[in-house]
Design a binder for this molecule. Structure first.
Ligand SMILES: NC(=O)c1ccc[n+]([C@@H]2O[C@H](COP(=O)([O-])OP(=O)(O)OC[C@H]3O[C@@H](n4cnc5c(N)ncnc54)[C@H](O)[C@@H]3O)[C@@H](O)[C@H]2O)c1
Ligand SMILES: *[C@@H]1O[C@H](CO)[C@@H](O)[C@H](O)[C@H]1NC(C)=O
Length: 429
């Protein structure tokens, strides 16, 4: 995909998602005795950790998983966070709210008076302390992030019982291209099983919410015709990540067709900016350049340039809000379709691809350090040579118009980076 995800991969650096039920799930494939002893342990666990009895029968039947969210203030916090403060405001469940894009979108929705409830499992794919810092940031604006997994059907059900969400902004996913070779299951878990779990809840909900969700420019895979347009083929993914996003688009088609869910997929092109993702090139280039470490710069065969259509976070946020605001209502209810519903896909890019070597030159100027460039051959492990968005459809239908060039956006990123990590030793992991 997008992040010119360079740097030799660092196996073992990332821990697999830590949520307790994941662990159970993984172990269930082990030998039978292990399975039964786990069941037994689980029962003991339920017995000891059940919090004081709840009044409604529904709550008392909740599964083991949900026990973890049962603190006294849970419902109060969710309701307060979901409170709509503007006329015609919407009520949005934002998944992946502690993530890079999710944090910015949640803050923007809250700022204009919408009700927002976040959901995130705070997994360890990258430094979770950054996710916690984003959560603290959102907390100050009045957005509460529920800690949980999109695969947790009983938790999702609970949230929909507490709040009649009009919209779901689905940004939770296992991102990253190279990591798929290390931990392929995490992609299936979050991007396929998790998506289906969420759509199942949306389809049952009354009223059904409209959903806007993050696909990816990586669905264009090995295509060579540029700029990439929504009408181009998307059947040659170059990574498992891309394949799961493509699968998501097909799954969306199914739920739209059968249940009348209003669904909009957004194909983001290399999003960057303050509070960004440490696994992406612009981020770890900055970190490593400040440390005086060499940075790998990829080139394709015949010294071909590797380029990305870098898109600034504020432009992406505007595209997300416009997609929510133009989303029509779902037509189904109680799991039954009542009529045809909206199904859309848009590119959200910047339309001006920049060679990675130019990205590094801009960073050198902004950070006032010389990069130690290690020019390397682009490995065939998921990254594509270039991305370039045709955004005329989003322009026409969403009024989407990116306004931040790479120079300006990176300036804001490096300013944030330096204030968050400092320029010296206390740098990003
Ligand atoms: N940043 C980009 O350049 C880019 C480009 C294309 C597509 N996207 C997509 O946009 C979305 C947001 O990306 P981002 O850059 O903010 O990534 P991110 O990793 O910062 O955010 C994703 C968040 O989802 C959470 N999450 C993952 N699996 C979960 C699960 N099963 N249950 C609950 N929470 C879970 C993670 O903890 C994380 O906080 C993702 O769907 C990503 O695939 C991003
Ligand atoms: C961009 O896509 C639109 C359709 O949305 C198409 O009409 C136009 O020709 C494309 N532009 C380029 C430069 O390919």
């Amino acid at each position: 995909m997008k992040h010119i995800d360079s740097a030799p991969s660092t196996p073992g650096k990332f821990k697999i998602e830590k949520s307790p039920y994941n662990r159970l799930r993984l172990h269930s494939s082990l030998a039978k005795p292990t399975f039964w002893s786990l069941v037994f342990l689980g029962l003991i666990f339920v017995f000891f950790y059940r919090s004081p009895p709840h009044t409604t029968s529904d709550l008392s039947r909740r599964s083991l998983r949900t026990t973890f969210y049962r603190d006294a203030n849970f419902e109060k916090r969710v309701r307060a966070s979901a409170k709509i403060r503007s006329t015609n405001g919407i009520s949005v469940l934002v998944t992946g709210a502690a993530g890079f894009v999710g944090t910015h979108v949640s803050a923007a929705l809250k700022r204009r008076g919408d009700g927002v409830v976040g959901l995130d499992n705070f997994n360890h794919y990258y430094d979770p302390s950054l996710k916690k810092a984003r959560r603290a940031l959102l907390q100050r604006t009045g957005v509460y992030i529920v800690e949980g997994d999109i695969n947790d059907a009983s938790l999702l059900k609970k949230l929909f019982q507490l709040v009649p969400f009009t919209h779901v902004m689905h940004l939770a996913a296992q991102a990253g291209v190279r990591y798929a070779m290390e931990n392929p299951r995490s992609y299936v878990h979050s991007n396929i099983a998790g998506l289906v779990s969420l759509l199942e809840l949306c389809k049952e909900a009354n009223p059904q919410p409209s959903m806007v969700w993050a696909s990816s420019s990586s669905v264009y895979g090995l295509n060579t015709k540029v700029p990439f347009s929504e009408r181009d083929r998307t059947d040659q993914p170059a990574s498992l990540y891309a394949a799961t996003k493509k699968a998501g688009e097909e799954i969306a088609h199914t739920y739209n067709h059968i249940y009348g869910l209003s669904l909009t997929g957004l194909r983001f092109f290399t999003v960057y900016g303050p509070w960004g993702r440490p696994d992406m090139a612009y981020f770890f280039f900055t970190r490593d350049m400040l440390k005086g470490k060499p940075i790998p710069i990829f080139e394709a065969g015949n010294h071909g340039t590797v380029a990305r259509d870098f898109t600034y976070i504020d432009d992406i946020v505007k595209g997300c809000l416009a997609a929510l605001d133009t989303a029509e209502k779902s037509t189904g209810s109680g799991g039954k379709k009542k009529g045809p519903a909206q199904l859309r896909v848009y590119n959200l890019g910047n339309t001006s691809p920049v060679p990675v070597s130019d990205l590094v030159s801009i960073l050198e100027r902004l950070l006032k350090v010389k990069a130690k460039r290690l020019v390397m051959k682009l490995p065939r492990n998921g990254d594509v040579q270039f991305t370039h968005a045709n955004i005329s459809l989003a322009q026409r239908e969403l009024g989407y118009k990116p306004t931040t060039d790479l120079q300006t956006g990176l300036k804001k990123f490096t300013q944030w980076y330096l204030s968050y990590y400092g320029s010296g030793k206390k740098s990003a992991r």
